[in-house]
Design a protein around this ligand. Structure first.
Ligand code: ADP
Ligand code: X15
Length: 405
């Protein structure tokens, strides 16, 4: 497959439409700064310094979730990282957006509203279908070129990622370039010793699908987070379903994946390590733990793997030649539920195994708990995209940049 064009191939002084991935944790409505801003700032600063009229697109959360918010705060945070103003318009491709684009001068940077507020963005469809949407057909003629810097969203066939490259000259931004090169090289690595993958987080659907394709590469999957509880359910434990009817973390992912989980357990049982104890908040809000074998009925939300499980996972990591992390093993943002995530990360940091830590949320735990990025082989701002790349599969958002038409 052809290599993609980069910013080195882009002639100066044009108007460019740039797709970033600024998808961030949101706590009580406040968007949390994280590595994605810092890394994408490099691409945007280069474009501004070279005198481009730069228009940014990005998404935040998913409709129906409380992380689905406007990008207004993102403009301020990004502006702090770039050191130059980032204007914001609360519109995706309507009259206000077009007027703001029209007002731009060389070196100006404008962020459009959350792409997922546009109905045509999300349904997963072929790039050719996305290129025909009103969203793409309205915005594209305003630009000379399209730049995709959102490697971490490149596994999604959404309009802002795969539609524009079909109708505009398309380039990879600096983050896309770096992440693609790093993750492609990592996928080609061969390890003599044990390869371990710690799997957690909330997006169980992404990781379960990938686990099905990594059975030959990974010797031991250490499970936590939502995926961990779904596997425990498949193993017969009375857990892995939602207690709060307003929160859908388990039920729909169970409905979508339970046959696959059951098959993976049946075919690869010796490679799957499940939690033997779990942590929850007791009546006083303190951390409490229970053995999985002692659970008769799920009456509390499990927020972390238990201390014995965390210790066992750290031991496996100390014996590994390579460790991959995707998703936190618990709600590490609260210190009392950080034991699983921190034990795994500290065990990696202490040993000289090759390691990759991925995920916009999970990599935040590194600084939060006093570790250094230098203690890890590669800290990716991608989660689902990087583990999919590990399987050797191509990412649709990268594929469209590589097309020769
Ligand atoms: N048991 C759990 N219940 C609720 N949330 C969890 C649980 N375990 C982990 N998490 C959350 O998962 C988030 C990371 O999820 P995800 O987006 O899949 O991973 P990443 O951002 O690393 O790709 C963390 O913010 C953490 O709070
Ligand atoms: O945060 C992301 O993925 P990740 O959590 O796998 O790192 C990307 O922005 C993709 O978001 P999505 O999983 O809502 O499509």
């Amino acid at each position: 497959m052809a290599a993609f064009q980069t910013l080195d191939d882009l002639a100066d002084g044009q108007r460019v439409l740039v797709r970033l991935d600024l998808n961030s944790p949101v706590e009580d409505g406040a968007v949390q700064d994280n590595r994605r801003f810092e890394r994408h700032a490099k691409t945007v600063r280069e474009l501004a310094d070279r005198g481009f009229e730069t228009v940014l697109m990005a998404h935040q959360g998913r409709p129906g979730r409380d992380t689905f918010v406007s990008l207004e705060q993102h403009a301020d945070i990004l502006s702090g990282h770039i050191g130059t103003d980032v204007d914001f318009v609360a519109d995706t491709f309507g009259e206000d957006a077009l007027a703001a684009i029209d007002d731009l001068g060389g070196g100006d940077v404008l962020l459009l509203e959350n792409t997922r507020m546009c109905d045509e963005e999300l349904p997963e469809e072929d790039p050719e279908v996305k290129a025909e949407t009103e969203f793409v057909r309205t915005l594209a003629p305003e630009f000379d070129a399209y730049v995709n810097d959102a490697y971490s969203a490149a596994h999604r066939s959404h309009a802002s990622l795969v539609g524009f490259p079909l109708v505009l000259p398309a380039y990879a931004g600096r983050v896309m370039e770096t992440e693609y090169e790093a993750n492609t090289a990592i996928a080609q690595k061969e390890f003599d010793g044990q390869v371990t993958m710690a799997v957690g987080g909330t997006k169980a659907t992404d990781v379960i699908d990938v686990m099905d394709h990594l059975g030959d590469t990974v010797d031991d999957f250490l499970l936590g987070g939502i995926a961990g509880e779904l596997f425990l359910r498949a193993d017969g434990a009375p857990v892995g379903f939602d207690l709060d009817p307003d929160l859908d973390l388990y039920d729909s992912q169970w409905a979508d994946n339970h046959e696959l989980i059951e098959r993976i357990l049946e075919e690869n049982r010796e490679k799957i390590t499940l939690a033997t104890d779990m942590a929850y908040a007791d009546e006083d809000g303190d951390r409490a733990e229970t053995n999985v074998a002692d659970i008769d009925e799920k009456t509390v939300s499990f927020m972390d793997v238990g201390s014995d499980t965390a210790e066992g996972y750290a031991d496996v990591i100390r014996d590994s030649e390579a460790v991959f992390v995707k998703g936190a093993l618990g709600v590490f943002e609260e210190e009392r539920f950080s034991v699983g995530t921190v034990s795994v990360l500290e065990a990696i940091a202490e040993t000289d195994c090759f390691s990759v830590v991925g995920g916009g949320d999970t990599s935040r735990a590194i600084e939060m708990y006093g570790m250094s990025e230098d203690d890890f082989g590669h800290v990716s701002i991608a989660g689902g995209a990087y583990i999919r790349a590990l399987t050797g599969a191509s990412l649709i958002g990268v594929e469209v940049l590589q097309r020769e038409d």
